[in-house]
Structures are given as structure tokens and as C-alpha cells.
Design a protein around this ligand. Sequence first.
Ligand code: CAA
Length: 379
Amino acid sequence: MDFKLTEEQQMIRETAREFAQNELAPGVAERDRDENFPGEQLKKLGELGFMGITVPEEYGGAGLDPICSCLAIEEISKIDASMGVILSVTNSLACHPIERFGTEEQKRRYLVPLASGQMLGGFSMSEPGAGSDAAALTTTAVRDGDFYVINGGKNFVTSGKNGDVFILMAVTDKAKGAKGISAFILEQGTPGMTVGHKEKKLGIRGSDTTSFSFDDCRIPKENLLGEEEMGFKIALTALDSGRLGIACQALGIAGAALDESIKYSKERKQFGKFLSEFQAIQFKLADMETQINATRLLIYQAAMKKDRGDRYSKEAAMAKLYASEVAMRCSIEAVQIHGGYGYTKDYPVERFMRDAKITEIYEGTSEVQRMVIANSLLR
Ligand code: CAA
């Protein structure tokens, strides 16, 4: 197996790295402090083709392979994990299911503007009573002539306020449980839809997370994605891709924690020596580097399976499970290495620790990833 990146993959990594340094690094701490959405930066990222990285060029995307997508999300998240999730969600949870299950008309109407960065995508499945137990949805979709009428409520929608198009899961046949869920393409501002309050979050504070409520919200029947009652499979297929994206976000955070730790340990002196000269610190750095590289291999394994068109649910779950735990461990170690300063906002490592935590929770908690992995072993 050749671990060397292709020229194209190296180029994408360089472009993402440069963009992150030049466009995201300058305001990232302020956006985190003020909970500001990176709208301007997102527009520029769209112009670079990063909003539909793997989407074929005929549908407005960059037509690149899944490793390119992983590299881009990792590099962006290394500097700004909020932008990392916005990017991952629009690519994986909006573009990917439309590309995979959409009609030609849906692709022209939604995928082209999403992939070319004119629209931002999101995904709306979770409800107050249906988080890990995603099949317990209660939001309903009832066919009425040329429309589906949606009633109910959703929460934890990434880009709920700033997004333009969402993949919405709703129940069309209550008696059938998970097999009675259907997927729809929902446009922001559809009459009957209300965007609720923006969540006050511990981390990824530049990304907006909102609730939705639906009161006789009418979605045209043409916006049914796939067939009726295919919704749960569409959601889980999208989430395979989403979990791989979140693994890359976590990898970026872990890498940033290591970079800052190396830098600080070479600057800070205690007991007459640089921190980097203490074996206790060296061992922490060695463990971080080892775990980061193991994460990268899990991510590439899942991405290569995705590229081959094979099912990669287990590989994406393993990558996300491991990556998110590594991001958490590395960011906690980074704070520890920085000592008292690490606990202040003078250094970015406290933000890494806050940002890392959500990677163990959203798009399936670590416990859900273990369920997916165990199910695939025991099937
Ligand atoms: N491709 C094709 N089919 C697939 C598939 C895939 N990738 N994944 C699953 N399926 C199929 C299965 O084969 C199965 O089909 P049959 O019924 O015909 O056998 C069906 O879909 C159901 O799959 P499972 O039996 O594996 O599903 P389950 O009911 O056991 O799932 C669960 C349980 C894993 C806990 C699931 O409910 C789950 O993933 N929960 C977590 C939900 C989640 O991640 N939510 C996050 C929402 S998004 C978010 O966080 C916000 C954001 O915007 C970032």
C-alpha cells in the first residue's frame, strides 16, 4: 500500500492550509468569543471549490476523491474547527445524499448551487426525544396533493440559521417505525417553518446550531429525496460520510493541539530547562503523535473504501470513535503542558479542548459508534 499522497491531494492540502492560515487564523479567537458565523470566509471557501469537494464537476463540484475531502476538512479544522463542521456538514450531509439519491432535477436545483458554494447545506434529523435513538422521530409528513405537510420540531441543526437547504427526516408512516421515515429537501424560509433560538455552546461557537419548528409547512412533492420510507437508510448513508468528516475535524484539532504543545515546550523554561527537555513532556508529545498517525490511517482506510464504492459504515464509525477520543486526549494534554496559561484565553489550547468535546457527541456519540462497530461484527 502506498501511503504517499498524489500530487492532486498534496495540492488540496496546501491550498486548504494556506487558506486557513491567511483567512481563518486572523479572526478565529474573536469568532469563538463572540459566536460569530464565518460568512465571508465561507464564501471564499466556496469559490475555491471546497463546498462540493467530491461532487462531480458537471454538478458544480471539484470532482476530487474522498482523501482530498479529508485533507481539506483536517487542515481547515486545525485552525478553525467551527468552519470544519460547517464544511463537513454541507459536503457530507447535504451534497452527498442529494448526489447519491437525488433526481436529475433535484441535482440541478440544489446540488449545483450547494457544491459551487452559492448555497449552504445542513441536515435535520435529531429531535428533543430522538437523539441517539434516531428512529424515534415524531415529526410527521402527510401527503396532500402536490405537497407534503410537515408538523413537529427538530433540534441541533448545524447551520440552522445560516443554511439555505436542509435534508429533513420526517415520518410518513408511523406504524412502520424506522422503515416509515422519509427524507425531504427543505428550503430555508419555507412557509410554516420557524428557526428557533441559537444554542449557546461550549465549543465550535462560530457555527450556528438551532432548532426548527414546523406548523403545516408545505414541501413540494418533488422535494421527496429517494422514495418514500427510504429516509432512515438515506440518513445512515449520509451519516457514514458525515462521521468520516467529523473524524477529520477531530484529527485537525488533535494536530493543532500537538503543534501548539511542541511550540510552547520549546519556549517555556522551568527549573532552568526548556519543557521540551523533560522526558515527562517528551513522552506526552510522543503519545500524541502516535495517536494522531493511527487516526490518520483509520481515516484513510474509510476514505479509500468510500472511494471504491463499498459500504464503509464500520470504518467510518471506527475513524470517528478513535479520532474524537484522540482529539479530546491531545487537547487535554495540550492544556496540561501549557499549565496555568493553557487555562486562559491567551493561548488557543483551551478552545481546542472545548471544540474537541463535541466530536465525541454529534453525528453519533462514541457509544453509538461502538454500537455500529459491534453490530457489524455480530451481524
Ligand atoms: N447504506 C445502506 N444501508 C444502510 C446503511 C448504509 N450506509 N446504514 C444502515 N443501512 C441500513 C441497514 O442495513 C438496515 O437495513 P435493514 O433494516 O433492511 O436491515 C437499516 O439501514 C437500519 O440500519 P441499522 O439496523 O444498522 O440501524 P439501527 O436501527 O441499528 O441504528 C443506531 C441504530 C446506529 C443507534 C442509529 O439510530 C444511529 O446511528 N443513531 C445516531 C444518530 C445520529 O448519528 N444522529 C446525529 C444527527 S446529525 C448531527 O449530529 C447534527 C449535525 O448537523 C452535525
